[in-house]
Design a protein around this ligand. Structure first.
Ligand SMILES: Cc1cc2nc3c(=O)[nH]c(=O)nc-3n(C[C@H](O)[C@H](O)[C@H](O)COP(=O)(O)OP(=O)(O)OC[C@H]3O[C@@H](n4cnc5c(N)ncnc54)[C@H](O)[C@@H]3O)c2cc1C
Length: 332
């Protein structure tokens, strides 16, 4: 069994940035991910289902940490507005937004380029237990500190925080071979979900998806949405979960055990933007130096931010208020 000071489960933005931030502190770190993030993406194996839109908050953080995006990672299509469609109210408005449309797999690989930790890719963490003060992972690794950076479906969260209750949506995203979308579109449709759907152009194809409350009829609802809005047959379908923290979302951490990024439910409940939260929570944990008390204190800023985003969410997702805002062309 290999022994480490810190084991990070997940090599998405939360895990990779944490490894980068703690590098000067001299910990012996293992970063484990089920994805083959070491090889050029060949379309095979596990991929991260994502829109790959870098919101202004994420862009600011990349700038702050001097991470430049190479041109080959940036898509040819860069929408300057979000076409917002309220299906039930039959309203449509364009809202100016400054996103960067990137190849998400290539983005994750870019962040991992600076990681000097021992990386183990293509390994699914399926068993974790605590033994003699160490976390034992898959009977292969042991570590004093364990960090769950393993996203919405987090094994670390399910193992150590089974009591954590959080609104969970099935995220179904199809890849369509042709360019059906008009840049970046956002759909509100209460018949399908109390969250939202999207379509965007990426790599000459269209990604179309919807976050739908978990349930047996989620796929049926998604098909109905696609049909009603003129989206054709997919060449691939990706299914995963999206978490939506509530107003009073807590901080999940125990002695020597921390959740960061979406594993801890840190993601915007209004837009499902999660990359900036992944980077911010990684930075907070690194600055806390794995002290539980310091981590919980510093995470107050994230709690407050989630409260604010929940208030925003209320206005965005209340059909009457949204209709009024769109009709009055407020925020155009
Ligand atoms: C369809 C969709 C579209 C989205 N679009 C956007 C967007 O455009 N912009 C945005 O900012 N956010 C978007 N999000 C949210 C965003 O993808 C996440 O919030 C963000 O990636 C969280 O980063 P993370 O590092 O916490 O987790 P992730 O990026 O999910 O990384 C978790 C890592 O853990 C690994 N892993 C998981 N389980 C295991 C295991 N058992 N063993 C080993 N490894 C494991 C995974 O392979 C993955 O690499 C979207 C989400 C979805 C589902």
């Amino acid at each position: 069994m290999k022994t480490y000071d810190v084991a990070i489960i997940g090599g998405g933005p939360a895990g990779s940035m944490l490894a980068k931030f703690i590098e000067p502190k001299g910990y012996k770190v293992a970063l484990i991910d089920v994805r083959r993030l070491d090889e050029a993406y060949d379309g095979k194996g596990a991929i991260k289902s994502c829109g790959g839109m870098l919101a202004p908050d994420a862009q600011k953080l990349l700038k702050k940490y001097k991470i430049e995006l190479p041109s080959e990672l940036i898509d040819e299509v860069q929408p300057s507005f979000v076409k917002t469609i309220d299906v039930c109210a039959k309203l449509c408005r364009n809202y100016k937004r400054n996103y960067i449309n990137v190849d998400r797999e290539a983005f994750d690989r870019l962040l991992l380029k600076w990681v000097k930790a021992d990386t183990y890719f293509g390994i699914r963490v399926s068993e974790i237990r605590k033994e003699d003060g160490f976390f034992v992972i898959n009977n292969q690794f042991r570590a004093k500190f364990l960090v769950g950076a393993d996203g919405a479906t987090s094994k670390v969260r399910r193992t150590f925080f089974p009591e954590m209750k959080i609104r969970t949506y099935a995220s179904i995203q199809d890849v369509l071979p042709e360019q059906t979308s008009q840049g970046y579109e956002c759909f509100f449709d209460e018949k399908i979900s109390d969250y939202y759907g999207w379509s965007l152009l990426k790599g000459g194809q269209t990604l179309v998806g919807f976050a739908i409350p978990e349930g047996r009829d989620a796929v049926q609802k998604f098909e109905a949405f696609k049909k009603a809005n003129g989206f054709g047959k997919e060449i691939a379908r990706q299914g995963t979960l999206i978490l939506r923290p509530s107003f009073g979302h807590k901080i999940y951490a125990k002695e020597n055990l921390f959740l960061i990024g979406e594993a801890g439910g840190y993601i915007s409940p209004s837009s499902a933007e999660g990359i900036s939260y992944a980077i911010k929570t990684a930075k907070i944990l690194a600055e806390s130096n794995f002290s539980l008390r310091r981590f919980k204190c510093k995470m107050l800023i994230i709690r407050l931010n989630l409260m604010y985003k929940n208030v925003k969410s209320f206005f965005m997702y209340c059909p009457l208020i949204r209709k009024w805002i769109m009709k009055a062309s407020i925020f155009n």
